[in-house]
Design a protein around this ligand. Structure first.
Ligand code: XMP
Length: 310
């Protein structure tokens, strides 16, 4: 594909569709929503309003990092604190699909719906990519960001129209566009992170305390594996307690799984054979997190496992 031409076409298309109206988009800091933000900004300038919604499920320091990165690119991002709304929607929910549904509904119906109404925007710019659509249509995953493909009339249900300029691209194409748009390497080469964020890495109920545990573990894994060259790596919190011994006393504490995979486009994945020393170092750091006494390495390819646990 000629990506320079793709950019020109998408910019022209956004301008044509939107006319003189206002557009809003939610930036998560991942490569897809970052590319959409940069494309939208190129097409519309100040007529694109970009928000970062703090849903309590993001990685350590993410909101501040995203605002600062885009500020340096000349794009203003508003930080919206919606932590309470997401946490209360997730309270008591353990079923994986219900968890995803609670996040979708809170995001689109409550928080985003309100922001759209307040902003007067008639369009939502969204970073849906081809793999999202294919996997959702195939019933492999209920992606949080696929609505039209599932026959949901967003205009009627949520009151705005959705523009998806990346719907023809896979991840490798999105990264190419990111480089051409001049986004920093930190964004264009960033590993994928799911829409439901850390909630996709908590088996069982999502609580503030459990989020704090998986957030700390995520920071450790991302730091240790930054140079691994892997497609994606993560920490997952299981919903069980294991027996352990600490300070000469028996204790029951939580279990963290580390996952590190090779993949081309996330449709299939193979486990990375990490050096034993690296695994032991990660384990030492993970079991130093309060309330955690076991660290496991997941050897399962996709299929039969998915990449995320929820
Ligand atoms: P799975 O777990 O289905 O993940 O093997 C495939 C790839 O997609 C990411 N993923 C998501 N990305 N919204 C996203 O934007 C989602 O709801 C979502 N769920 C999974 C996952 O991290 C992996 O790269």
């Amino acid at each position: 594909m000629d990506y320079e031409r793709f950019i020109e076409e998408q910019v022209a298309d956004i301008r044509r569709t939107v006319g003189g109206g206002l557009v809003i988009n939610a930036l998560s800091g991942g490569v897809d929503s970052s590319v959409v933000t940069a494309l939208g900004h190129r097409a519309l300038g100040e007529r694109l309003k970009t928000v970062f919604i703090d849903n309590a499920l993001m990685r350590e320091g993410e909101g501040q990092r995203v605002v600062k990165t885009f500020d340096e690119l000349g794009v203003k991002v508003d930080l919206v604190d919606a932590r309470r709304e997401f946490l209360s929607a997730l309270k008591g929910v353990t079923d994986p699909e219900k968890k995803r549904q609670a996040i979708t509904d809170t995001f689109y119906k409550k928080v985003f719906g309100r922001l759209v109404r307040e902003s007067g925007a008639k369009f939502l710019l969204h970073g849906t990519i081809l793999t999202d659509i294919e996997e959702t249509v195939a019933g492999i995953k209920r992606q949080h960001n696929i609505l039209a493909q599932l026959g949901i009339d967003v205009q009627r249900e949520y009151g705005y129209a959705v523009l998806e300029p990346l719907a023809a691209l896979r991840k490798d194409g999105v990264r190419e566009v990111a480089r051409l748009l001049g986004l920093p390497r930190l964004i264009s080469e960033r590993i994928p992170f799911p829409g439901p964020a850390l909630a996709a890495r908590i088996v069982g109920e999502v609580t503030e305390e459990r989020l704090a545990t998986v957030r700390t573990a995520t920071a450790i894994v991302e730091e240790e594996l930054a140079d691994s060259g892997a497609f994606q790596y993560m920490a997952v919190l299981l919903n069980d307690l294991a027996t352990g011994i600490r300070g000469g006393k028996r204790e029951f504490a939580q279990i963290i799984v580390v996952r590190c995979i090779h993949s081309v486009d996330a449709r299939e994945a193979a486990v990375v054979r990490l050096p034993w020393d690296k695994l032991e170092k990660i384990c030492r750091r993970i079991v130093a997190i309060p309330g955690v006494n076991r660290c496991l390495y997941d050897l399962t390819p996709k299929p039969p496992a998915t990449i995320e646990y929820v």
